[in-house]
Structures are given as structure tokens and as C-alpha cells.
Design a protein. Structure first.
Length: 293
């Protein structure tokens, strides 16, 4: 391996420490950041994610309010809960864990969240502000990617960046963040022609596809920085393993720096959620001294 490993666990720990320090300062002034977490149904992966989020919130001094609802909960019932949380002064952030059960209108539920409490950054108001370059709550995963990227590449200006994937929660906001940081950005997707050629001319590759090892190391420009967002469960030698969208073995021989899976982007996502929650609390009383990524 020649690439530098970008350590997401260490970066997330540093961010959590900043969050904890700011939370303690706020608490001393009577403002305890509060995060409401809404989990519908019994999807095992969602239960694990929500468990990690509430545990880390607790460890950083953020108060959390758990709302665990049966899979039979309907759209209107969920919207009513969101509206109650919108008006609850102890709640600064609202997180509705996705995916919601089949039949629930997730767009309607997410649209009901007060944009100032939208700590996932999925609301159209925050997506619009991000696109306009205004002060927005940015989705946690791309925010985490940006922090990791800056560790490996302090100056992003003028760099050729390739985002592979165009989802609303990862690909599109990632492209916006890179644009804001003065990169020249290309977005690739399932209909893109000649992905290897695009990879070969990119200084930065962010892969958010959801296909195990889809990006071959040989495609990369030598020295490129690779951020692998993918979380793919596969069975290798009879054992269940998690791998990224990038073929780590070949990519780490060619890239300049690369995030591992696990231990790269994943830990940053929750740390950024905590940062967004603290910032929502600060904004709730008109403060501007936000935690910056
Ligand atoms: P998604 O399914 O919503 O979007 C996938 C995107 O990949 C689509 O835009 C599609 O056009 C594109 N795509 C699919 N096949 C392609 C191909 N062969 N070539 C180029 N583009 C292709 O997925 P998502 O929600 O954006 O998530 C992407 C991956 O990131 C998944 O593995 C997901 O589990 C992971 N993820 C990780 C975190 C984290 O915290 N680390 C958070 C969110 C998502």
C-alpha cells in the first residue's frame, strides 16, 4: 500500500471532542442542545444506526428524545409528531431515520420538519440554500467527506473532483460542497459513459454508488484522493464483511490518500449530525458562533 490512510475514526473523535466542549459551554448558559430521534418499525440496520446516534449524543452532552413507533404508523401520524417536535423548545434537531416503512410518504414527513431543526439537511430549504451558497444545514455524510478530504488535501481550489452518484443525500450535496470549495466538479451516475476515463483525470474521487468494489484502482489518476462512501455487505470466505464502492486493495496502490471501509466516512456521519445539532441550538437563540467543519 502506498496511499496515506485517511482515518475517519480519529477525525470523528476530534470532532466529537469539539462538539462536547461547545455543548458544555452552552449548557453552562442554560442551553442544552436537544436531538429528537424518530425510528419507525424494526429494521435491524436502522436500529443499530439510531442506537449509535443516541449513544454518541449522550456521550457529548446532547440531550436526546427517542420516539420509537410501530411499523404500522402512518404518514399523518408521523407528520403530527414532527409538528409537535417543531414547537418543542427543548428540541433543536429532528432526525427521522430512513428508510421509512413502505407506504409512508417520506417526502411529506421530511418536508414537515422545521428547516431550522432539520439536522440531516434533507429539507428543500436547506438543499436550496446549499445550492445558493447560503448558510445551510448540510447533510451529514457529505459534510464528513469534506472534512476528511481537507485532511488529505488542504487546498481544494482548482482541483478536478469527480462525484460518483447523484442521490439527494450524498452525491448532489457533495458536488455542491466541492463547488463551494472551488473545485471543478463532475457528477457521474448510472448512465455515465466511460467512468474509467473520468476517474483518470480527477484529483479527487468521491464514490457514493452502493456497489461493492465498483471502482477499480487502475482507473485512478496516480496520487488522487479517494473518499469511499459506499457501505456494502458482502460474504467473503463465508464471512459477512462490509466493503466500499472502491476496490481498496488496488486503489491504495495508486491513490495518494484513501478512506478505508469501515473506519472512513461512516464514523464522520454521526459526528457531523452532532455538530449540526449543536449549531441548530446555537442558531435557535440567534447565535452565529457556529462550529465550522
Ligand atoms: P442511492 O442508491 O440513492 O444512489 C446511488 C447513486 O449511484 C445513483 O445516483 C446512481 O445513479 C449511481 N450509480 C449506480 N450505479 C452506478 C454505476 N455503475 N456507475 C456510476 N454511478 C452509479 O445511494 P446513496 O444513498 O447515495 O448511497 C450510496 C452509497 O453510500 C451506499 O452504499 C450507501 O450505503 C452509502 N452511504 C453511506 C453513508 C455513510 O455514512 N458512510 C451514508 C449514506 C450512504
Amino acid at each position: 500500500m502506498t496511499a496515506t490512510l485517511i482515518d475517519g475514526r480519529a477525525a470523528a473523535e476530534r470532532l466529537r471532542q469539539r462538539v462536547a466542549a461547545r455543548t458544555a459551554e452552552l449548557a453552562a448558559t442554560g442551553l442544552v442542545p436537544g436531538l429528537a430521534v424518530v425510528l419507525v418499525g424494526d429494521d435491524p440496520a436502522s436500529q443499530i444506526y439510531v442506537g449509535s446516534k443516541t449513544k454518541q449524543a449522550q456521550e457529548t452532552g446532547i440531550r436526546h428524545f427517542d420516539h420509537r413507533l410501530p411499523a404500522t404508523t402512518g404518514t399523518q401520524e408521523l407528520i403530527a409528531l414532527v409538528r409537535r417536535l417543531n414547537t418543542d423548545a427543548d428540541v433543536h434537531g429532528i432526525l427521522v431515520q430512513l428508510p421509512l416503512p413502505r407506504g409512508v410518504d417520506d417526502s411529506a414527513v421530511l418536508a414537515a420538519i422545521d428547516p431550522t431543526k432539520d439536522v440531516d439537511g434533507f429539507h428543500a430549504v436547506n438543499a436550496g440554500k446549499l445550492a445558493l451558497g447560503e448558510d445551510a444545514t448540510v447533510p451529514c455524510t457529505p459534510l464528513g467527506c469534506l472534512i476528511l478530504l481537507r485532511e488529505a488535501m488542504p487546498s481544494l481550489a482548482g482541483k478536478r473532483a469527480l462525484v460518483i452518484g447523484r442521490s439527494n443525500i450524498v452525491g448532489k450535496p457533495m458536488a455542491q460542497l466541492l463547488l463551494q470549495n472551488d473545485c471543478t466538479v463532475t457528477i457521474a451516475h448510472s448512465k455515465t459513459q466511460d467512468l474509467p476515463a473520468l476517474c483518470g483525470e480527477s484529483d479527487i474521487v468521491v464514490a457514493a454508488i452502493g456497489r461493492p468494489k465498483a471502482i477499480a484502482g487502475q482507473w485512478l489518476k496516480p496520487g488522487a484522493v479517494v473518499i469511499d462512501v459506499g457501505i456494502n455487505r458482502v460474504t467473503i470466505d463465508g464471512k459477512s464483511r462490509v466493503v466500499g464502492d472502491v476496490d481498496f486493495a488496488s486503489a491504495s496502490e495508486r491513490a495518494g490518500a484513501i478512506t478505508p471501509v469501515p473506519g472512513g466516512v461512516g464514523p464522520m456521519t454521526i459526528a457531523c449530525l452532532l455538530m449540526n445539532t449543536v449549531n441548530a441550538a446555537i442558531r435557535s437563540r440567534g447565535g452565529t458562533d457556529l462550529l465550522r467543519p
